[in-house]
Design a protein around this ligand. Structure first.
Ligand code: TYD
Length: 352
């Protein structure tokens, strides 16, 4: 059997594909449009792997997706394909509506048509697993309990609104058509292969290049940080044993302010890659204008996943961050390939 992974050349998608091929016997069809944040280099270690098939294409291309589902007799779809950067969604929301909402709708329809024609046994085993975000629950006050699966959706950015809309579509395809869906709402991920527009890889890149580490506003916004490999394990567990139609929150119970994150990063870099002039990376920290509508706090209650499926994260924030920094230090070529052309235009627009 085979699973279809969409957005497979992106950050979480590529980590998942690598993890899946190590941990499972099923083959993988990777589908990715290879837009700016998708990078085939993330999957280059699989070039000669007969269990992996890469296809360049769009989740909204129903003809292509239907053909792939039939050709590879796909047993499950894991949908990572999404525009995911909040700052970009503020500048240009169109792609978020197109990919995250319309794209998911088309993927659901392709899946439904394929699934309805399957034999009874295959039909029972089929799953559509949709990856979403904790941002759909909106911003929490410091004293609020972490968001749980039953909390109302209150998205505040074009990005989170588009993910919320896609989650609702997934839910509706279960309620209305009985398509066997699962939804995963995850905390902020970090780890290898993350495109350097998000806080952690951006700060690693800028720190090494001697550039300012830009902290929006007062830096007291809180996020829960999950090492990407722990997220991959959670997805595998949910795919295996998750209850159809259910939503699972995945988090680390590891809330940090943005300033704490960047300071921890600077301390690790000072130790692992000390500057030749003896100065500290802390000196590069700079406070800049805040993000419009900046959500103050996200925190996620992952107890359902822990109690029902026995999942537990392996990494603490600090051990995961150290592994991440080491990976970026060992993969500077990867980082430098990813930051030419369109990336420079974005940096200019956002940080100048
Ligand atoms: P980000 O990595 O973009 O993820 P998200 O917005 O989905 O949480 O940002 C994480 C936090 O870091 C968020 O509160 C915004 C903040 N941030 C900065 O302070 N400076 C930056 O340059 C970036 C990219 C983010």
């Amino acid at each position: 059997m085979t699973i279809l992974v969409t957005g497979a050349a992106g950050f979480i998608g590529s980590n998942f594909v690598l993890d899946w091929l190590n941990q499972s016997k099923e083959d993988v069809v990777s589908l990715d449009l290879l837009s700016y944040a998708g990078n085939l280099e993330n999957l280059s270690s699989l070039d000669n792997n007969p269990r992996h098939h890469f296809i360049k294409g769009n989740i909204g291309d129903r003809e292509l997706v239907s053909e792939l589902l039939k050709k590879y007799q796909v047993r499950a779809i894991v949908n990572f394909a999404a525009e995911s950067h909040v700052d970009r969604s503020i500048h240009e929301s169109k792609y978020f509506i197109e990919t995250n909402i319309v794209g998911t709708y088309n993927l659901l329809e392709s899946a439904r048509s394929y699934w309805s024609d399957l034999d009874q046994n295959l039909k029972q085993d089929f799953r559509f697993l949709h990856i979403s975000s904790d941002e759909v629950y909106g911003s929490l006050n410091l004293t609020d309990p972490p968001s749980s699966e039953s909390d109302p959706y209150k998205p505040n950015s074009p990005y989170s609104a588009s993910k919320a809309a896609s989650d609702h579509l997934v839910r509706a395809w279960f309620q209305t058509y009985k398509l066997p869906v699962l939804t995963v709402n995850s905390a902020n991920n970090y780890g290898p292969y993350q495109f350097p527009e998000k806080l952690i890889p951006l700060c690693i890149l800028n720190a090494l290049k001697g550039k300012p580490l830009a902290i929006y506003g007062d830096g007291q916004q809180v996020r829960d940080w999950l090492y990407v490999k722990d997220h991959c394990t959670a997805i595998r567990e949910i795919l295996k044993a998750g209850q159809i139609g259910e939503t699972y929150n995945v988090g680390r119970w590891s809330e940090k302010t943005n300033l704490e994150v960047v300071e921890t990063l600077c301390a690790i870099l000072d130790e692992l890659e000390p500057k030749s002039n003896g100065k500290s990376y802390f000196e590069q920290i700079t406070f800049v204008k805040d993000r419009p509508g900046h959500d103050r706090r996200y925190a996620i209650d992952a107890s359902k996943l822990e109690y029902d499926l026995g999942w537990k994260p392996q990494e603490t924030f600090e051990t995961g961050l150290r592994k991440t920094v080491l990976w970026y230090l060992e993969n500077e070529t990867w980082m430098n390939h990813d930051v030419s052309g369109e990336y420079q235009d974005w940096v200019q627009k956002q940080y100048s």
